[in-house]
Design a protein around this ligand. Sequence first.
Ligand SMILES: Nc1ncnc2c1ncn2[C@@H]1O[C@H](COP(=O)(O)OP(=O)(O)OP(=O)(O)O)[C@@H](O)[C@H]1O
Length: 252
Amino acid sequence: MEKILEARHLRKVFQAGSREPLLAVDDVSFAVGAGEKVALIGESGSGKSTVAKLITRLLAVTDGQIFLDGEEITRARGMKLKQAYRKMQMVFQSPVDSFDPRCTLGDGIAESLRNHGYAKAEAGAETARLMELCGLRPELSDCYPYEVSGGQCQRAAIARALAIRPKLLILDEATSALDVTVQAEIMSLLNRLQRELSMSYLFICHDIALVQDFCDRVLVMHNGRIVEEGTADEVIRHPQKKYTQMLIDSVL
Ligand SMILES: Nc1ncnc2c1ncn2[C@@H]1O[C@H](COP(=O)(O)OP(=O)(O)OP(=O)(O)O)[C@@H](O)[C@H]1O
């Protein structure tokens, strides 16, 4: 399978003032294939978000390499990083915070399109199409982030991430702040979008039950390392590590 993302031996050490250095990510290697949905799970503090931030270049790696669609982006900056963001987008846990509170949802999505070369009129039409694709009524385009529900705002954040047709979507606890029904709606939206647009997902969450029917492969993270890997069924039915069993017991 063609690889859209490859992380090789990633390491991240946080060094804050006089405190002991903290090894948050320790020799993490994995790949995400084209069209593949991979889950990265683990308890709070295991290093999942740090991995996401290293891959999206929001944090600099201490060591290791990152390849996106065959090209190394480990230290990409400027134009090269902008080009990488055309292929990879991220959706965060708190959709309201990821939008500018002074802009409507429609403006937020259109801005992303404009940043990537769309003319104003085209951006308006494409925003409407994306909102429809993500199950949002057109009139919500004029709402501010704090005027809509968490689920609607997360759909808008997904619409914005899709604006430039990325090959890879990194979702960091993207449904964790939503109640169970809305969570299920967003998972079903993500499933539909994946089928229609053949994207790859790196789905980061602490809840193994959520990814059970959704992801092709599961990576289990503990203390900064990937300790187990397999299909969701393999990992859930035959966990190899006590830690994975504990994660399963806590939710299933
Ligand atoms: N900017 C930072 N500076 C110092 N330490 C950090 C920083 N970001 C994260 N850490 C530490 O790195 C470790 C891993 O954190 P990380 O947020 O990646 O875990 P996580 O698995 O995503 O947890 P959560 O789901 O709670 O976000 C934790 O011990 C955390 O306190």
